[in-house]
Design a protein around this ligand. Structure first.
Ligand code: SAH
Length: 506
């Protein structure tokens, strides 16, 4: 199995920088032992103008067969594995083994890390990648559909003849793959890391749940928007339905969160500015945070969850008041959380203050034990980012499972949209809003949620309450009913206190 990566350079930016980026010196041939055999890295050419690194994987077929055994029932049982020894093309074709080798041998480059030349690792460079034999189920057409959307200028896949001596036999299922383009090296490696096994469509090892994480990590920045992401995800995860579904959901959440990186606050503020700024000197986002903070104080909440905390503006605000003894920000977007963490850190937060805050990555569409036992939860401008059919899942995770005493939910009031002059009629306020509700719609939903889970609910306007169309933001304040609260305490007690019978027995 064989792969070459070439680049060109100039005297100022020599092509041999490739050696730094790959963390492999062009002057040495190196060998690494991997779980499937030996991987060699060598440089057939290394000058300032042109540099080529080759990765050669010498697969140990015996180890491969041995590893294939007992890998889960009905998959690679002994008879298959024994047969595979004779008919298997694994040692010769670029496949998931090569992807694993890329992951092992070029792990830092794959992550885009390069201490020696950090800025070079960030920049696109002219790259040419060649893999002489890629098993490609789906043929040349699929190779194109997979690589072309990724910014490669040339995607060439020449079918390899089954046997050159007998052209009438036609083509094998292998192609010679050549990719050319200006890309970051890390991106290019990640494309190969994911797409080689996808083309091969026959993973050599048992696919486990952490493969989803690997896929999302390697797919960062390109998979969430790839037109073939369903096929890629399904094949990468060996068509295991539950894993594929979970990966697809997480990809959708990444997309959602990325859309939010334009920052909801900026959009509301932009809209604010477009209206009469004199009457409304305080941006709506600030008014919303003030309203939320006031409602939390009124509820006497000390330990607070900010669910869908985004870039942490509210978390930051709450920490200023020592009444809030613990603040937990939860978001599905790693990017948003990273920004939130930076915001909190750069603000020179003391240690005492830092001990009051936690940021957690998680999806609100799933119940999460970590969210139990808090006084209050805030969902500020979050529900409208979920597709309506996913809303019951969020409802259950928050009101059914986490069950804080107080829940605050804010969402846009769509009736108010006619007052935003800059907003074309019939448009939502943010490209990622899946819906925007009238006051009536929000109230109907809120009351049903409250009924289902034993809460009382009241409504508060946020922003100027227009006599005709209402306020720009609507807020629902849910409080566990006294009855439910007593019931809950009672159940808790029965759970912790031994029952009279048990007490006697003891
Ligand atoms: N609460 C903040 C941010 C609102 S934007 C504010 O009021 O300004 C919506 C946020 O919800 C985004 O940060 C997005 O990443 C997050 N989000 C969307 N769907 C989510 C889900 N299913 N689980 C967790 N967070 C989610």
């Amino acid at each position: 199995m064989f792969l070459t990566i070439s680049t060109t350079g100039t005297p100022e930016r020599p092509a041999t920088d490739l050696g730094f980026l790959l963390h492999k010196h062009p002057g040495n041939a190196q060998a690494f032992s991997t779980s499937h055999g030996t991987a060699h890295v060598l440089y057939p050419e290394a000058s300032a103008e042109r540099c080529t690194a080759a990765l050669l994987l010498e697969v140990d077929p015996v180890a491969l067969v041995r590893r294939g055994k007992g890998k889960g029932k009905g998959r690679g049982g002994a008879p298959d594995a024994a047969l595979a020894q004779y008919v298997n093309d694994r040692p010769y074709a670029a496949s998931s083994l090569l992807a694993v080798a890329i992951g092992n041998v070029f792990s830092s480059a794959l992550r885009g890390q390069c201490k020696a030349m950090p800025e070079r690792a960030e920049q696109p460079m002219p790259l040419r990648i060649e893999v002489p034999a890629v098993p490609a189920r789906g043929g040349v057409a699929l190779v194109r559909r997979l690589f072309e959307p990724l910014g490669w200028a040339t995607v060439a896949a020449d079918p390899v003849a089954l046997d050159e001596r007998f052209p009438e036999w036609g083509d094998s299922r292998y192609v010679r793959l050549v990719l050319e383009g200006e890309l970051r090296l890390a991106e290019a490696l990640r494309h190969l890391y994911v797409l080689l096994p996808v083309l091969d469509d026959a993973k050599h090892y048992w696919v486990s749940a952490d493969e989803v994480d690997k896929l999302l990590r390697a797919g960062e920045g390109w998979l969430p928007t790839h037109p073939e992401q369903k096929l890629i995800t399904s094949r990468y995860l060996s068509r295991r339905r539950a894993l594929t579904r979970s990966a697809m959901e997480r990809l959708e959440l990444v997309r959602l969160a990325d859309a939010d990186d334009t920052d909801v606050e900026d959009i509301d503020n932009a809209v604010d500015e477009a209206t009469d700024t004199e009457e409304q000197p305080v941006p709506l986002a600030v008014q919303r945070r003030d309203a939320i903070t006031a409602a939390l104080r009124a509820a006497g909440a000390g330990r607070v969850l900010d669910l869908g905390c985004g870039q942490g503006q509210l978390v930051h605000e709450l920490l200023k008041d020592t009444r809030f003894t613990e603040v937990v920000g939860v978001d599905v977007s790693m990017r948003a959380l990273t920004i939130a963490a930076r915001r909190l850190r750069t603000d020179g937060m003391g240690e005492r203050q830092a001990s009051r805050v936690t940021l957690l990555q998680g999806s609100l569409a799933y119940t999460d034990k970590r969210l139990k036992g808090y006084d209050a939860a805030v969902l500020s401008e979050v529900i409208e980012h979920l597709d309506l059919p996913r809303l019951p899942a969020l409802e259950y995770a928050v009101f059914g499972s986490a069950r804080p005493r107080t829940v605050l939910v804010t969402t846009p009031n769509v009736e108010y949209n006619v007052r935003w002059e800059s907003l074309p009629a019939g448009h939502v306020r943010h490209g990622d809003h899946r819906f925007e509700w009238t006051r009536e719609e929000f109230r109907t939903w809120s009351r049903a949620v409250a009924d289902r889970h034993g809460y009382d609910v009241e409504f508060e306007p946020v922003g100027p309450d227009d006599p005709e169309v209402g306020p720009p933001t609507q807020m629902a304040v849910f409080t566990l009913t006294d009855r439910t609260r007593t019931d809950q305490t009672r159940t808790d007690q029965t759970r912790t206190d031994p029952s009279p019978k048990e007490a006697k027995a003891a």
